[in-house]
Design a protein around this ligand. Sequence first.
Ligand SMILES: [Zn+2]
Length: 198
Amino acid sequence: MAEATRDIERLIEMMAKLPGLGPRSARRAVLHLIKKRALQMQPLAEQMAKVAATARECLNCGNIGTSDICAICESEARATGELCVVEDVADLWAMERASVFKGRYHVLGGTLSALDSVGPEELRIPKLLDRVASEGITEVILALNATVDGQTTAHYIADRLGPEVKVTSLAQGVPIGGELDYLDDGTIAAALKARRSY
Ligand SMILES: [Zn+2]
């Protein structure tokens, strides 16, 4: 019994390390799973093993899928000449959920950071430059986070790309459903700067 208890404790510790979970939610989740052993825990364990064995990064764009080249890179319909650069796979998936962008993506895998000594070689920047040259890219859309590192990275990439390709970035400003009174000064300033005619 002591052994089994240790196993459960160990599972809770592992779950607690997941993003968004702490020890408390991990305990609740594990307890829930144990109660629903057959219905939820067993299928979850099987699915986890399956994904652990098959998930991989797309060799072209860095998206996560189950083949060497992801479905977006495979699709001819997505060869629009537009390439959307994001920091992380989660950002790519967020863009896809909005289902407005019809081009392809490039996942950097982070941002340049002098503090954490992340240089261009640590990110997928060399691969990005290759792709722009070889995939007939006409516009690079920098959809990086509005953080200092995100914006530094955007400037660096825009510099490296040169004038042959159009470089744009996502607008910054008032979120949909947002109220001006709740926005910080930086957001209001960015929104005013990015204003457009009605
Ligand atoms: Zn891909």
